[in-house]
Design a protein. Structure first.
Length: 226
């Protein structure tokens, strides 16, 4: 199946601000990166809502510090993925959102059809390796080191109804060094995450992504010279 656009009403290239909803489950470092990118005018976007999967996490403090709207939908209060997903998307449906970004979000969701190819996730490894249920944060980097992989990195992908399984938008790699620890590898990977997620958002915003089966094709930027 081929889709000529990842979202039903594409934003004209270079026009308008893209409205983002950010979903978090932990420290909020990726949320902070987006906040910084927007504040420095490197990303023409507005975060219209932050949804947290549990109370008391650092990411909520980061959102509150810059007065972003925050909604907590506590995963522990729901018995099933379906019930939880309905509650999360009830909050999302209240707003006019262009793109939903999972930024350290750890909860599986059932994606409504209207949001197909309108939700992206960033994962701290080169998918399809070192992904899936239970593979997040330090666990990913430890698995990379334990396996003896020579290259790691990060992946931005569209989200479907499985963990880390949607079509890949872009990846950025780092070399795994002989003396790497979980902490040193995580730090270098995160530097690439800081670049990769805003870039994927811009590609979406500029309507430069075409999806064909599992393949996401990136159209070259239009020539801006007179």
């Amino acid at each position: 199946m081929k889709s000529t656009s990842p979202h039903p009403d594409p934003l004209p290239k270079g026009e308008g601000t893209i409205n983002l909803i950010v979903l978090i489950s932990g420290s909020g470092t990726t949320l902070q990166n987006l906040i910084d990118q927007i504040a420095s005018n490197q990303l023409n976007a507005k975060i219209i809502l932050v949804i947290a999967s549990k109370p008391g996490i650092k990411g909520i403090e980061i959102a509150n510090a810059v007065k972003l709207p925050v909604c907590v939908v506590d995963r522990s209060q729901f018995l099933s993925v379906n019930e939880y997903s309905k509650r999360v998307f009830t909050e999302i449906n209240r707003l006019q959102v262009d793109l939903i970004c999972l930024c350290g979000w750890l909860c599986l969701l059932n994606i409504p059809m209207r949001y197909t190819h309108r939700i992206i996730n960033i994962h701290p490894a080169m998918l399809p390796s070192f992904g899936g249920k239970g593979m997040y944060g330090k666990r990913v980097h430890q698995a990379v080191l334990d396996y003896g992989a020579k290259v790691s990195g990060c992946t931005v992908h569209f989200v479907d109804n499985e963990y880390d399984a949607g079509p890949i938008i872009l990846q950025r790699s780092v070399e795994v060094l002989e003396d790497d620890t979980v902490q040193t590898l995580a730090a270098r990977v995160f530097e690439q995450e800081r670049i990769a997620l805003p870039e994927a958002i811009r590609l979406f915003q500029e309507n430069r992504l075409t999806i064909e089966g599992r393949c996401v094709h990136v159209r070259a930027a239009e020539d801006q010279t007179p």
